[in-house]
Write a protein that binds this ligand. Structure first.
Ligand SMILES: *[C@@H]1O[C@H](CO)[C@@H](O)[C@H](O)[C@H]1NC(C)=O
Ligand SMILES: *[C@@H]1O[C@H](CO)[C@@H](O)[C@H](O)[C@H]1NC(C)=O
Ligand SMILES: *[C@@H]1O[C@H](CO)[C@@H](O)[C@H](O)[C@H]1NC(C)=O
Ligand SMILES: *[C@@H]1O[C@H](CO)[C@@H](O)[C@H](O)[C@H]1NC(C)=O
Ligand SMILES: *[C@@H]1O[C@H](CO)[C@@H](O)[C@H](O)[C@H]1NC(C)=O
Ligand SMILES: *[C@@H]1O[C@H](CO)[C@@H](O)[C@H](O)[C@H]1NC(C)=O
Ligand SMILES: *[C@@H]1O[C@H](CO)[C@@H](O)[C@H](O)[C@H]1NC(C)=O
Length: 893
């Protein structure tokens, strides 16, 4: 140096040593200012002298140079920190914990050597806006228990890339979890408990593989931390995880290969099956799982001490470790596909899925309906659903499901309805059997040029008309086949099998969607049931207080969870169960969700409305109803005598003795009265449309009531014929109804005529055991009537007929013939039938009429007058209504 020293270099040297001296004196000034602003500075601190010898101050070179450490921990200091502390830029450590310093914390921006900053337990109220800016050497940052104004961890912290400890519990950190922490890959200790953090854990936290301690417990905001904890499974060095008292959801992830020692997740909303892998962690010591929404099997905790309180315990399927029932296992796999949503977990726990789990509806212990419509579900459709083989209806519409629709769904044997609408499913929609109604609009299925898309493009109206016409043509063909195919043919159309069970005969029932029902009717349900009850007022009390709506639980109990042993019959759009409602026998009809289609609550209520309006002594009365998810249940009075069908054709099976002629006449009149009432005596005109012996129920005295109003159609007074959906049963369908769908009251008259023929002959309307030209009862009945001798052999051989009874039988046969006239205008009105039959019963007083019917027969004459008068002028007037009231009063024994 010396002589060769360049003047400029000299200047730089001089300047820099001058700068160093200036910085040193700035440090001294700052410490003196600090001493002044503390109300109780440490005793050794004076207002002059070398600050490097002050208690708690350390300088660069022992006793001289820049201040590098200030350690004033637990000195009981009060007061504030001066802004001049910002000039202590050589600081490596600042420890101020355990004091009561208050006010604003000064800026430390650009303290490039600062490694440790500890402020715990002071009373600072704010941090500078450049807090944590340019602190590249920071390793240890502790800010616990500070009553700060709410703040967010500044993004600048990312510059402190060597940070290993960040501890800031109870420090008023607010807002979303600081995603920037994910960039601090050296973090080993992160404690942010007792703050006001909200939202989920950023996925990026998976990068924190050095992290050993993670404490996020007890967030004090209402929202708390939420979402899944999957990301912590990636932190393979984690030893302590405390996330208790938050709102985390979803399942515990797989912790295989983890080094966890403490695992506290109590008081969250964690769901799903506790993974067995958790308790296989060899280092695990302490686990707390209490107060979550766990499901499925109880975990085997081996020798780990587990805090697992009773209520959480009782959510497991068994009270000891071990696999659950296969049904539960499958349902939980389905829930796993959705990420075990808390909304399902609330009810999907324990050991009894049937009747208790939301969206799950069982029948005989098998899940028959899974209705998870609009439940905010995300995730995938698990192929495990296909293992629920009993499912008929599967509704996953209006959720946020992603991924592909598993092919396995096409194998579900009983599936008839699948709704996937309004999700974000992609891939190809698998091909389902034609018997499955699939709704899948509002998804992202790959662009396919398949048939579904073609139909999607077509307007709905066009499609409905097309289908309607096609089905009409089909019906016409089938009808023509049944009626006119006389030539021998090896192929037979088999509408009804001779020894058919009720369900087989139901298969002959046709129903198709056409135009909609009249819906200009209000859907209010009378709540005061007792006033309109016609026959069974003694049951009314069951419903008085809550109207007619019954909770599903009551009906589940009444039918022993729809026990198969309680099935009374199948048909009429559902299965009918015998139920015991508070000791009263009832018939519970569980409407077939398939044929109900997408029929909504409103339409069902409209139907209930009809059912509550039509009340008559000879119509089976509705006692209540229930809607629950897709379940539509109707509760009727119970009829102990079985169906007319059983009394006519199924004698061997049912064990009934053949009906006498008088009994048949009485039943025929009962039915006629019921239908007559439907047609005109109720305030409005109703058409039954599916009249047949299996819909005629008998009580213990063999008095009849007409049932199954599933198809009852309201006819406008002005428009007595309507194009409508064709529904009914082959054999009983009037020709014009089957071919054109035109429905009038004469449709019921035709069916009634067929029933009369069946009662006279004891034969079924369609008997395919006979040659084709003899299989339709209406045709052969008419033919046989031409010859009295032949006809006598044709009538039911079990009938013992006196001469007088024979005469009456011939008259009824004549009536039956009229009723089944091809032209509807040649068929009589129902009131004519009532009239004819009641006069026959009146004129002919058989000896076998039972005694307690006396009052009734003596009234017939009066009724007859009334009905004659009514037939003359078939309009509905006040006087008609009056006469109805009179009649029902008389009939109430
Ligand atoms: C939070 O810190 C305050 C002081 O700022 C203290 O009074 C309080 O007890 C602390 N709360 C918890 C839960 O530690
Ligand atoms: C954190 O890291 C990611 C990727 O590693 C980067 O994209 C992001 O900008 C970083 N964040 C900050 C605040 O630097
Ligand atoms: C159970 O305790 C034994 C001995 O204390 C220990 O070796 C073992 O790892 C612990 N955990 C399991 C899962 O067995
Ligand atoms: C386990 O938890 C209990 C109670 O929470 C606690 O007292 C104990 O110190 C914990 N043990 C370990 C090893 O963490
Ligand atoms: C369905 O059940 C069978 C037998 O219980 C099982 O092997 C299969 O893995 C299950 N399928 C799915 C997709 O869960
Ligand atoms: C109920 O489920 C079992 C097993 O999946 C099956 O064998 C049985 O046929 C099902 N019963 C009904 C009525 O679907
Ligand atoms: C799907 O969403 C649309 C529009 O939000 C709605 O009109 C439609 O009813 C939804 N479909 C189903 C099946 O819920």
């Amino acid at each position: 140096m010396g002589r060769d020293l360049h003047p400029f270099s000299l200047a730089v040297l001089l300047l820099s040593s001058f700068a160093a001296a200036a910085a040193k004196s700035a440090d001294e000034g700052a410490i003196f200012e600090l001493a002044n602003s503390l109300s109780n500075p440490p005793a050794s601190w004076g207002s002059a002298g070398d600050v490097c010898i002050f208690d708690g101050i350390t300088c660069e070179h022992a006793g001289s140079g820049r201040v590098t450490v200030i350690n004033l921990r637990d000195k009981g200091l009060t007061g504030t920190l001066p802004t001049s502390m910002s000039s202590l830029t050589a600081l490596k450590e600042l420890h101020l914990q355990g004091n009561a310093l208050h006010g604003d914390f000064p800026s430390l921006a650009g303290f490039t050597d600062l490694t440790r900053l500890v402020l715990d337990g002071n009373a600072f109220t704010s941090l500078p806006s450049d807090f944590l800016k340019d602190l590249p050497s920071l390793q240890y940052l502790s800010l616990e228990d500070l009553p700060l104004k709410p703040w967010a961890v500044p993004g600048a912290i990312v510059g402190s890339s060597s940070l290993e400890t960040f501890s800031a519990s109870n420090a008023s950190i607010a807002g979303a979890f600081p995603a920037v922490l994910a960039n601090l890959s050296s973090l080993k200790y992160l404690r942010l408990s007792y703050n006001s953090l909200t939202g989920g854990l950023p996925a990026g936290l998976a990068e924190l593989i050095a992290l050993e301690t993670l404490q996020l417990n007890n967030q004090i905001s209402d929202a708390k931390l939420s979402g899944s904890i999957d990301v912590v499974a990636a932190m393979t060095n984690l030893k302590l995880l405390w996330i208790q008292s938050n709102k985390f959801t979803g399942p515990i992830p797989d912790f295989t290969n983890s080094r966890l020692e403490a695992f506290n997740v109590r008081d969250n909303r964690l769901t799903g099956v506790v993974p067995a892998s958790l308790f296989e962690i060899s280092t695990l010591l302490n686990v707390s799982l209490t107060n979550n929404l766990f499901q499925g099997p109880m975990p085997n905790t081996h020798n780990v001490s587990v805090d697992l309180a009773g209520d959480t315990m009782s959510r497991f399927c068994l009270s000891k470790p071990g696999p659950c029932d296969p049904l539960i296992t499958t349902l939980l796999e389905v829930a796993a596909g959705f990420g075990y949503p808390a909304q399902l977990a609330e009810t999907w726990n324990g050991n009894t899925p049937c009747g208790n789990w939301i969206g799950v509806i069982c029948s005989n212990g098998n899940v028959s309906i899974l209705d998870l419509h609009n439940r905010g579900l995300s995730g995938n459709i698990s192929p495990a659903i296909a293992n629920l083989t009993g499912v008929r209806r599967l509704d996953l519409s209006d959720n946020h499901l992603t991924g592909v629709v598993p092919d396995a769904l096409t194998t579900m044997p009983n599936l008839i309805f699948l709704d996937l609408s309004n999700n974000t499913l992609n891939g190809e929609l698998p091909k389902f059997k034609p018997s499955v109604k699939v709704l899948a609009e509002g998804n992202r299925f790959g662009e396919s040029t398949g048939l579904e898309n073609y139909f999607k493009l077509k307007s709905n109206v066009g499609m409905i008309i097309g289908v309607f016409i096609a089905v009409l043509l089909l019906i016409t063909c089938v009808w023509l086949l049944v009626h006119y195919r006389r030539k021998k043919n090896t192929e037979k159309f088999r509408p009804v099998s001779t020894n058919g069970s009720p369900d087989e005969s139901e298969m002959t029932k046709i129903q198709m969607a056409g135009t909609h029902r009249n819906s200009n009717r209000n859907t209010a349900v009378p709540t005061d049931y007792s006033q309109v009850s016609a026959g069974s007022t003694n049951i009314a009390y069951l419903f008085e207080s809550h109207g007619m709506e019954l909770p599903i639980e009551v009906l589940l109990k009444a039918t022993d969870n729809f026990n198969e042993d309680c099935i009374l019959g199948k048909g009429g759009f559902g299965v009918v169960f015998k139920g015991n409602l508070n000791g009263k026998l009832v018939a519970v009809k569980r409407c077939d969700s398939g044929t109900m289609g997408t029929k909504g609550q409103q339409e069902f209520m409209a139907e209930i409305d009809v059912l509550t309006k039509v009340r008559h002594r000879h119509l089976v009365g509705l006692l209540g109803y229930c809607t629950h998810g897709y379940e539509r249940l109707l509760v009727y009075e119970y009829m102990s005598g079985g169906t007319l069908r059983e009394h006519l054709c199924d004698l061997q099976r049912s064990g009934f003795t053949p009906l006498t002629w008088t009994q048949r006449m009485t039943i025929a009149l009962d039915v006629a009265r019921g239908i007559e009432y439907l047609h005109g005596l109720a305030q409005e005109t109703f058409i039954h449309r599916d009249l047949k012996p299996s819909n005629i129920l008998l009580d213990q005295d063999l008095r009849a009531k007409v049932s199954d109003f599933g198809l009852v159609k309201l006819a406008n007074d002005t428009d007595k014929s309507m194009m409508t959906k064709v529904a009914g049963t082959f054999g009983y369908l009037a020709p014009e109804y089957a071919t054109t769908g035109k429905v009038t009251t004469k449709v019921d008259v035709y069916a009634y005529g067929v029933i009369l023929m069946e009662m006279i002959t004891g034969r079924k309307v369609l008997d395919d055991s006979l040659p084709d030209d003899e299989s339709h009862l209406v045709t052969i009945f008419r033919r046989n009537m031409l010859d009295k001798v032949k006809f006598r052999k044709f009538v039911d051989p079990t009938l013992e007929l006196s001469a007088e009874a024979w005469k009456s039988l011939l008259e009824v046969s004549d009536l039956a013939r009229h009723c089944t006239a091809r032209e509807q205008n040649q068929r009589p009105d129902m009131c004519h039938c009532v009239n004819r039959l009641s006069s026959l019963l009146d004129q002919w007083k058989p000896t076998e009429v039972d005694d307690n019917d006396e009052s009734e027969t003596s009234e017939i004459g009066l009724n007859q007058q009334l009905e004659k008068w009514r037939c003359d002028d078939f309009t509905i007037s006040d006087s008609d209504t009056f006469s109805t009231l009179n009649m029902s009063r008389k009939y109430n024994r």
